[in-house]
Design a binder for this molecule. Structure first.
Ligand SMILES: NC(=O)c1ccc[n+]([C@@H]2O[C@H](COP(=O)([O-])OP(=O)(O)OC[C@H]3O[C@@H](n4cnc5c(N)ncnc54)[C@H](OP(=O)(O)O)[C@@H]3O)[C@@H](O)[C@H]2O)c1
Length: 112
């Protein structure tokens, strides 16, 4: 059965402190599963474990230094394997298209 609270997966960089940690917290509480990225895997795992416990979402981590092309490529590979890595704006667009389709409108009519 489809879980209506399952909004897909959000990738948050710099997720173990500062603004990234705030985004991660808010997205998990809004129903997104998360992939968290930063360099220090210990701090990342602490953040991931706390958010998973508090929100019951799936929270994965990727330890990567985004200034290093090879490590950035790891993150890109992971995104390619994640079927629904949509941002909130894209989610709204998809919901509009699905609703329009159910009502018999062409998908293009629902774009705005
Ligand atoms: N804080 C503010 O008030 C503010 C205001 C305006 C703009 N900004 C901008 O917003 C961004 C975030 O700022 P922030 O203060 O929230 O925190 P920050 O100190 O820039 O970022 C902290 C987070 O990013 C990770 N990180 C740092 N370098 C990384 C790298 N090379 N690769 C991967 N992860 C890395 C850190 O974990 P690790 O150390 O484990 O990698 C940590 O999770 C910055 O670009 C900042 O200039 C911040």
């Amino acid at each position: 059965m489809t879980n209506l609270n399952d909004k897909g997966t959000a990738l948050v960089t710099g997720a173990s402190s500062g603004l990234g940690a705030i985004y991660a917290d808010r997205l998990a509480k809004a129903g997104y599963d998360l992939i968290l990225v930063a360099r220090n895997v210990g701090r990342l795992r602490e953040t991931a474990d706390r958010l998973a416990t508090e929100t019951n979402r799936t929270v994965d981590v990727i330890a990567a230094d985004l200034t290093k092309p090879a490590e950035l490529a790891k993150v890109e590979d992971r995104l390619r394997q994640t079927p629904r890595h949509l941002d909130a704006g894209q989610q709204r667009g998809l919901r509009r298209r699905r609703a329009a389709s159910r009502l018999g409108y062409r998908q293009d009519d629902a774009d705005d």
